[in-house]
Design a protein around this ligand. Structure first.
Ligand code: CA
Length: 234
């Protein structure tokens, strides 16, 4: 099946280059220049489903942040990779807190962008990583399959995003021990450990919905007060 990318970018040269490169990798690329057009494309019923959005933040009139917020408000959970113009940690954090899946700071290298995009599309053979990183593992009643970015619950296989998987793997590797928010931010999001963001807590809530029988009363993924989280050893 075709993998469809929606590119939301107002810089013509950059858009043309990205389109050319992703198309030559076999992706279908749709390009819009404005946030309004992106929302219309993503939220209107009946269109071909989009698998990944590459979303520039600095757009004319409606910003990438506005697009992202409206998508998530409408429960559109398409993976979003933000392209931020400045190396502004504030922008990155704001985007992540709004539900972006990953980010890249311009200027970025094309191979890095393509690698991140493939990871979000759950297509990547994650080469160069240790064997243990792709072996299936159990968390509570759920089996996680890192190689395919999936987890299995009640006999059903469901997708995980790259960050959901990264967080689960980190907690699993250190199961039984508390892991601090700062360590998680650094390892999973590549952010400074003291960055002020709720992204870790947001993702823990997302994970609990996936792995806990009763997400409001977690049995497996526990909070460690004013520190971080701990995955129980089972
Ligand atoms: Ca722009």
């Amino acid at each position: 099946m075709d993998t469809r990318i929606l590119l939301v970018e107002d810089e013509e040269h950059l858009a043309r280059g990205l389109r050319f490169n992703f198309e030559s990798e076999g992706f279908l690329v749709e390009h819009v220049e404005r946030g309004e057009a992106a929302l219309e494309r993503l939220l209107s019923p009946g269109g071909e489903p989009v698998d990944l959005v590459l979303l520039d933040i600095m757009l004319p009139s409606m910003s990438g942040f506005d697009v992202l917020r409206r998508l998530r408000e409408r429960d559109c959970d398409v993976p979003v990779l933000m392209l931020t113009a400045r190396n502004s940690e504030q922008d990155v954090v704001r985007g992540l807190d709004m539900g972006a899946d990953d980010y890249l700071t311009k200027p970025f290298s094309l191979p890095v962008l393509q690698a991140r995009a493939r990871t979000l599309l759950r297509r990547a053979p994650r080469s160069g990583e240790a064997e243990t990183a792709t072996a299936a593992f159990e968390v509570g009643k759920v089996t996680v399959h890192p190689a395919s970015f999936e987890f299995e619950r009640d006999g059903q296989r469901l997708p995980l995003t790259a960050k959901e998987l990264g967080l689960l793997q980190m907690l699993y590797v250190r199961r039984g021990s508390a892991v601090s928010r700062g360590e998680i931010l650094q390892e999973v999001w590549d952010l400074h450990p003291e960055t002020k963001t709720r992204v870790v807590d947001t993702f823990v809530r997302r994970l609990r919905k996936l792995i806990e029988p009763d997400p409001a009363n977690p049995r497996y993924l526990l909070s460690v007060r004013s520190f971080g989280y701990r995955l129980v050893e089972v």
